[in-house]
Design a protein around this ligand. Structure first.
Ligand code: APR
Ligand code: ZN
Ligand code: ZN
Length: 364
């Protein structure tokens, strides 16, 4: 089957035939239907995040079950599914305390399936599975706990986006921060994930939602997704601007949704005394944010991370499906470009385009 393989950071993805072994116990063989162009894969492509190579990337995906390995009970051939990039073991401390997004077994097996082996290879060379999804390919083998069934007519591109940016962004607002009605919110970075933080804040009835982005196009998107104000850090100091828009206080909740030390600092400094700072973006490995410890104490700010929207994919992705179907969140408006798998390198070149909400591969 055809896949986009990354052999080395800094190199383009290579479209080529690779072999995919059948699913083992607890695994599911998927025909990929859609795959989103998320910045997390780009971090790996650029070498900003470390990963075992070679690898098939792609962690925002959906598809149809082709067949299942022994013991699989949750899905059957023909089912349409959202793929979760944090499948879980069900036995570790975090799984047992309702935080399956932090599963130990998942984190201990990067680049492979939960048993520590790969199904992808080219001859004798093993190929790693990014996020246990590896959906930049025609097919995938994934753990059963990474499959979230949807109705047979649920659109595949929208299902794919629920697999990462929707759940990560909306979840950060509603499950992690638990924004309270009427509060002020600033979102630093309004790409695919940040736009979903914006609409999550709108869902929580935030009073003011301030979008902060260096791209005017993304700021326009943010206004359509529920932002009430926009700030471009290339034109004005973002911390001063957020303070000015919040009566000199700073925002009740700030979110970092780009992934850099600098934007974490912006989010930290733009929060009011007693405010909450939620870091969603993944900064390049080795990069640090400089936080004034005195400000942390004397201003009683809360600084916290949110992984996968602090959601439990199996129960919370169906919530995202419901919010979409009832018109409470917009996913259609995010999908601005569709691509063929062959065009994936171009899709990653386009990611910073001002007219791109989310690119999605729909032809494999
Ligand atoms: N200040 C504000 N916004 C910025 C800045 C900056 N200094 N630099 C870049 N941005 C904006 C970009 O213009 C873009 O709109 O951040 C946005 C990032 O959006 P995407 O590239 O679509 O990234 P996304 O897929 O949303 O992921 C964001 O979340 O899951 C993580 O790994 C992911 O770190 C990444 C982050
Ligand atoms: Zn993602
Ligand atoms: Zn676990």
């Amino acid at each position: 089957m055809k896949a986009a393989v990354l052999y080395q950071a800094g190199q383009p993805l290579v479209i080529e035939d690779v072999e995919l072994d059948p699913p083992k116990a607890g695994e599911v063989h998927i025909k990929i239907g859609a795959a989103g162009i998320c910045r997390s894969d780009l971090h790996v492509i650029k070498g900003e995040a470390n990963h075992l190579m070679p690898a098939v990337l792609g962690h925002e995906g959906s598809g149809t079950v082709l067949d299942v390995g022994p013991g699989v009970t949750r899905v059957k051939p023909g089912d349409r599914v959202i793929l979760s990039f944090v499948p879980y073991c069900g036995h570790c401390h975090f799984c047992l305390t309702n935080r399956a997004n932090l599963c130990d077994r998942h984190q201990a097996t990067p680049g492979t399936l939960l048993d520590g082996t790969t199904r992808l290879h080219k001859g004798t060379q093993r190929i790693h599975h990014y996020g246990k999804v590896a959906c930049f390919a025609q097919e995938a083998v994934v753990p059963e706990t990474g499959c979230i069934p949807v109705a047979p007519d649920f659109p595949l591109p929208q299902a794919a986006l629920i697999g990462c940016c929707v759940t990560t962004g909306v979840g950060a607002a509603i499950y992690n921060a638990r924004i309270t009605p009427g509060s002020t919110v600033a979102v630093v970075g309004c790409g695919g994930v940040g736009l979903n933080v914006v609409q999550g804040a709108r869902l929580q009835n935030a009073g003011k939602i301030i979008a902060v982005d260096i791209s005017e196009g993304k700021l326009e998107f943010a206004m359509r997704f529920g932002a009430t104000h926009s700030v471009n850090p290339t034109v004005q100091d973002p911390v001063a601007a957020v303070k000015e828009l919040t009566g000199g206080l700073g925002a009740d909740y700030t979110f970092e949704v780009f992934g850099s030390g600098e934007t974490v600092q912006t989010a930290f400094n733009a929060a009011r005394k007693g405010g909450t700072v939620v870091v969603v973006g993944l900064a390049p490995a080795g990069e640090y944010a400089s936080i004034d410890p005195i400000a942390l104490v004397r201003q009683e700010k809360t600084l916290k991370g949110s992984y996968y929207g602090s959601a439990r994919p199996v129960t919370d992705m169906p919530v995202m499906v419901q919010l979409y179907q009832s018109g409470k969140i917009d996913i259609d408006g995010l999908i601005t470009r569709t691509y063929r798998l062959e065009d994936i390198n171009q899709a990653y070149k386009d990611i910073d385009g001002s007219d791109v909400g989310r690119g999605v591969i729909t032809q494999f």
